[in-house]
Design a protein around this ligand. Sequence first.
Ligand SMILES: [Mg+2]
Length: 258
Amino acid sequence: MIRYPLYIFDLDGTLYRGDEAIPNAVDTVKALEASGSQIRYLTNNSGHTREFFRDKLRRMGFPAEAEEVESSARGTAKYLLANGLKTIFVIGEPGLVETLRLFGLSVVNADGEGVVSPDGLDSEAVVVGICRQFTYELMRSAMERIRTGQLFVATNADSTYPMEGGRLIPGAGSIIAGIRTCSETEPFVVGKPNPYLVSLIVQEAGLSPAEVLVVGDRADTDLASGEAAGCPTHLVLSGVTQTPSEGQSFSADLSGLL
Ligand SMILES: [Mg+2]
């Protein structure tokens, strides 16, 4: 297969399942890097810092650097800064709060550990992601702020989140749906299938979309975001989507890229 200057890899179902690398994934990433291609690891998960994902990938043998990891949390921070918004009300995990703070944003409703509460000072925008401490009071506070006209930003709209053994837990999209209902406002969604994160990576690398291959296991999120950004895409059958659409480049696992 032809080599691209840059590869964007989805994580879950593409590089690993749970804590196990998918067969041929580590060797393929290493071979692509050895031949001079750049790698980016892209996840919709907003709940952790890029160092968390780097460490998880390294434990499985991937040659990951923190600078190669992009997430919906980081994309959210960049989107807020690009819109001149600095004081943020957050519904999310400590990893999201920490990521926003690393970009110099002020989170008005979190303590030193990054744990969010319904109370807080005035904000300019409301950010919502996966939040296992979600409460009615957090929803009420977000609603009030959005109804005064504050920008409503969602990290990602995944309805569920996969856990070990095929178990599912409610994803960020479930919480966002509640806040969308009571605020009667549509959020800007940073994560896939929106092309925002892919376009950001392409721009920051100084490449054109045609030079970047987007690789994932879900047609409706990974490949959709790549296509919308103007990039070629490749499906691996090691995760969610099992039937490639007509004309779609695909393989059983990542070794199909070599
Ligand atoms: Mg996936």
